[in-house]
Ligand binder design. Structure first.
Ligand code: UD1
Length: 336
């Protein structure tokens, strides 16, 4: 079976994708520098799938070690590139860290793929590339708007770098634009490990329910949405992980229509912050302490995906409901 390199394979989305790849019979090699993950995730993956993936602790910013790695693993058939920093606020404070971490590493990986004749590449992109889109649901045709943060810009630039490279080489690439990934594996062995105070909604919700935080602040109650709170498209991480296995299969089977393709990966359903709170309370039979406060700077009003392209081309769609996704996040929180 083909060998797939997963960079950032011990992270939140990476670890779930490794599990799905192994379930499909792929041999997986992980690169992770443990900057936002821990080594025990490797054992957790092994205990879920019964098979230990290969693993190298390597920092992709070190170009020489990237070169050595690819020399050693030149039989890799495809690369799924998750390794990147993702904290929006931090990226505003430390732009150079983000450009170096997210862009230099991408370039090194693409260079070594070219040097070793590896042609199949999947990139972690984000709905953040659209900014506040003019109409909902968002299709892949919607233009890039000015990104609010250096993090968002690295996703836009990343896509441009890959698309330019595809034009002049035999690289075949797919960028998956994730909407809001949430939840955890059904075994509750792997999930999202927020360091410090969570910035994202769901970890804050589960920590509040667990009594770690006193109260959830709902950022903004006067958005032009049905209940006044902001709307997002929350997708379960296992559904998202499965989108990567089908995308990789598409490249390996040469089913792609153009050398660079992009797909929205979401549920197609918009949920407000209050919808999330209600669904969480229902799924977990707990009461959540929350208060509506001012809007958070840089937030958009709404974003949810038109997923018809992924459905038609990848034959993929999200299956897990918001309630089940929130229940899985709660099961995971209870193990922490
Ligand atoms: C953010 C990033 C996105 C990134 C994603 C994953 C922006 C504009 N987008 O998405 O690029 O890919 O994180 O890291 O920064 N909320 C609260 N209270 C909280 C936390 C969040 O009300 O304590 C609200 C937010 O205002 C938002 C929704 O919950 O309306 C989702 O927030 P969050 O989980 O942070 O994701 P995004 O901001 O959508």
């Amino acid at each position: 079976m083909s060998k797939i390199l997963v960079t950032g394979g011990l992270g939140f989305i990476g670890s779930h994708t490794v599990v799905e790849l192994q379930n499909e019979g792929y041999e997986v090699v992980i690169i992770d520098n443990l900057s936002n993950s821990t080594l025990d995730v490797l054992d957790k993956i092994t205990s879920i799938t019964g098979k230990k993936p290969l693993y190298e602790n390597l920092d992709l910013k070190n170009q020489e070690s990237v070169q050595q790695f690819f020399k050693k693993h030149h039989t890799i058939a495809g690369v799924i590139h998750f390794a990147a920093s993702k904290a929006v606020g931090e990226s505003v404070e430390k732009p150079l860290k983000y450009y170096h971490n997210n862009i230099s590493t991408l370039i090194y990986v693409l260079e070594e793929m070219r040097a070793n004749n590896i042609k199949n590449f999947i990139f972690s992109s984000s709905c953040t590339v659209y900014g506040q889109a003019d109409s909902m649901p968002i299709t892949e045709e919607a233009p890039f708007k000015t990104a609010e943060s250096p993090y968002g810009k690295t996703k836009q630039m990343g896509e441009d770098i890959i698309s330019d490279t595809c034009k002049v080489s035999d690289l075949n690439a797919i960028a998956l634009r994730y909407f809001n990934p949430i939840g955890a594996h059904e075994t509750a062995k792997i999930g999202e490990l927020p360091i410090g105070v969570p910035q994202n909604l769901i970890p804050f919700v589960t920590q509040t329910a667990a009594g770690i935080r006193a109260e959830l602040s709902v950022f903004g109650g006067n958005y032009p949405t049905p209940d006044g709170t902001a709307v997002r498209d929350y997708i379960h991480v296992v559904d998202l992980a499965k989108a990567h296995t089908v995308a990789m299969k598409r490249l390996l089977n040469k089913d792609n229509k153009t050398s660079f393709e992009v797909f929205n990966i979401g549920t197609g359903k918009g949920s407000s912050v209050l919808d999330v709170i209600k669904a969480f309370e229902k799924a977990t039979q707990t009461k959540l302490n929350y208060k509506i406060v001012d809007r958070r700077e840089g937030d958009i009003t709404e974003a949810y995906a038109d997923t018809s392209l992924a459905q038609n081309e990848l034959k993929w769609k999200a299956n897990i409901s918001l309630e089940d996704a929130l229940a899985s996040a709660w099961q995971w929180q209870k193990t922490l």
